[in-house]
Ligand binder design. Structure first.
Ligand SMILES: C[S@@+](CC[C@H](N)C(=O)[O-])C[C@H]1O[C@@H](n2cnc3c(N)ncnc32)[C@H](O)[C@@H]1O
Length: 419
């Protein structure tokens, strides 16, 4: 059937109607006419797939990755339009859910829209004598799509994955079925983590060291959950605004470093850190935010639940000569009362996509620190949490960063001041 696309809807889908019935499509820009097939019918809407674009929008462009629909479904949209979609989404959430006037909204598009990702995680499929890289299809852990080249990662990472596939084929190291590559922003260090199902160490991988600036090769035996260092240190180092950050194969580390630098610069001028005695960095990862401002404030408190992140957090405090930090290992929700008792002047909150827990929010609004910096990778949970926080805070500024160009994901930073 032929339809006219009405609008883009989050995350990365499009909406059209047939005789009033809503159809959700895998892509399509407003105003485009498309031939579609219905793949399934739900109670209130149908799911369709585009077979052919009959009349294309001038905002449509040619995607670079063959598999783009699986991981970066906005690749077919001109970049400035992608940013506009994200701005409109956040504006709609603010006016409809928060029902407040739009705050100061600052938009920071990504400086690099290709080659910005410093981390790649791929599955390896073995089919007869051939090996392929693959990503899971969204929502189905049994189905995969082949991946040849990832234009969101650097050229060097792409060369490494090509060489790696050739090597495991030649050396019959075919028990490896997943790899992660991490790379620092100057491309002077890479870390290779491979996952497999055999006890023996894939020593043949050491041959990669001659071709790439590898700081380490790690093998994870999945069944035994054992981590073996095959070569090097098993960590990678990033230099950021004069500070040094070490992290490991499975640590959390922001994936778009130029975009992170923009956020750090905005954060520095948004908060009078000179007036803040105690700064708490909840969900601190390996310590980027707390360490960055540790020399301006008297004391920092760092909360993190993951063991690996805590290991590197300790190392990063030492290598940056930070002597005014206290680490709280555990879940924010269990530690928040203890943190609030120490009267922090500012809280940096950077949770995973699910946002803050309701009890933490209630405790924060009962003893509100002067400032909250809420950094979020999911606008929906940010807005949900702001609804509670705005009982005790006013929203001074909202920043939107495109950390994840070509994907529907948005990074935001909300600056809140206690009323
Ligand atoms: C979005 S990351 C932010 C990390 C850090 N702020 C950064 O930018 O590098 C969220 C971090 O919270 C940690 N985390 C997840 N759930 C947590 C919890 N309930 N309590 C404390 N930390 C948690 C994760 O291990 C991860 O390091």
């Amino acid at each position: 059937m032929e339809v006219k696309i009405e609008k883009i809807i989050y995350p990365g889908k499009s909406l059209c109607r047939d005789n009033g019935r809503v159809i959700i499509l895998d892509e399509g820009l407003p105003g485009e006419t498309a031939q579609i097939n219905i793949i399934s019918n739900k109670k209130n809407y149908s799911i369709g797939r585009i077979e052919k674009i009959v009349q294309a929008s001038p905002q449509r462009t040619i995607p670079r990755c063959a598999h783009y629909k699986v991981c970066s479904p906005y690749q077919y949209i001109e970049y400035p339009v992608q940013v506009k979609i994200k701005i409109d989404q956040i504006k709609e959430l603010i006016t409809h859910t928060l029902k407040i006037d739009l705050p100061n909204l600052t938009i920071r598009p990504s400086e690099n829209i290709w080659g910005y990702r410093n981390k790649l995680h791929l599955h390896i499929l073995h089919e007869k004598d051939n090996y392929y890289y693959a990503y899971h299809l969204p929502g189905d852990s049994q189905k995969f799509t082949h991946v040849d080249n990832c234009f969101l990662a650097s050229e060097q990472s792409n060369r490494l994955i090509d060489a790696f596939l050739k090597l495991i084929k030649e050396s019959k190291t075919d028990f490896i079925d997943e790899i992660t590559i991490r790379e620092n922003q100057t491309s002077t260090q890479m870390l290779l983590i491979c996952y497999g199902s055999q006890k023996q160490k894939p020593q043949a991988l050491c041959r990669m060291v001659k071709q790439f600036p590898l700081s380490g090769i790690v093998y994870i035996h999945k069944a035994a959950r054992r981590r073996e260092l095959i070569w090097g240190t098993g960590e990678i180092v990033e230099h950021l605004n004069g500070k040094t950050f070490y992290y490991g194969g499975e640590s959390f580390f922001q994936i778009n470093i130029p975009a992170l630098k923009l956020l750090l610069a905005d954060l520095r001028i948004s908060i009078p850190f000179e007036q803040v005695k105690v700064l708490a960095d909840l969900y601190c990862g390996v310590g980027i935010f707390g360490i960055m401002f540790s020399k301006i404030v008297e004391e920092i408190m760092l909360v993190e639940s993951s063991k690996e992140n805590i290991f590197f957090l300790k190392k990063n405090l030492k290598s940056n000569h930070v002597n005014n930090a206290t680490i709280f290992q555990g879940k924010t929700n269990s530690l928040i009362s203890e943190i609030l008792k120490k009267n922090p002047g500012a809280l940096i909150i950077d949770p995973p996509r699910k946002g803050l827990e309701a009890q933490s929010l209630e405790k924060i609004i009962k003893s509100p620190p002067d400032f909250i910096i809420y950094i979020s990778c999911d606008p929906a949970t940010l807005i949900r949490d702001l609804k509670t926080l705005l009982k005790s805070y006013s929203l001074q500024n909202l920043f939107l960063y495109d950390f994840f160009a070509h994907t529907p994901h948005t990074e935001t930073m909300a600056i809140l001041r206690a009323k």
